[in-house]
Design a binder for this molecule. Sequence first.
Ligand code: HEM
Length: 201
Amino acid sequence: MLADLLQTGTTTTNATLNYGLWFLSLNPKIQKNCQAEIDSVVARHLSPTIEDIEKLPYFQAFVLETHRLANVVPNPVPRICPNDWNIRGYTVPKGSLIISNHYSAHMDNGHWGDPENFRPERFINEKGEFVIDKRVCHFGFGKRVCIGIILSNAVIPLFLATLLQNFTFSVVPGKIPPTTEPEIGISLSPKEFEVKITNRA
Ligand code: HEM
């Protein structure tokens, strides 16, 4: 049980944090917006808290956009339908193998318009508030939804906000920017890449 938690929790969190740094280094304007927002809420000598994160709509949008485009778990474990099941006029017979497709929900052109672009603004409304779009289903849904949601929703924003408060991430001069091709495994992660880290002090 502990091994399961460690395995599922670390690979996904590690991949998401790596993708976060990857998107930041490729998108300097987005990074600047996040840093400006964090600086306006959190004093430089203090570490960000969960309460602070809730006051950072643009940064929260950046984190959700990271989850969407990272597609760390594109297709979770398949399930078997235990009974005949009727959904919106379709019958799914008992015994059918069901695989939910998070990737297609996250990359649906009809819904997002420009799914391949990294654009946190898609989760900001006209009042400047952060709005969750339930199409982003990186933790799955239903009875077998990820049990690490609360932990991840705390750790990932806190980790990235603390890094952004102190450092700026950029593509290493003279190096080819990191590829968008993921490393394929049980979950997806970016291929190994280098970033230049500059102290903001
Ligand atoms: C960015 C971070 C994470 C992502 C994207 C993620 C995603 C997912 C997804 C998609 C599922 C499958 C849901 C389904 O079958 O429909 C899942 C299940 C699971 N996750 Fe996570 N997860 C993350 C972090 C964590 C953490 C931090 C832990 C543990 C501390 C964890 C523990 C588990 C476990 C034990 C399951 C199996 C639940 C079950 O089958 O009942 N996950 N996760």
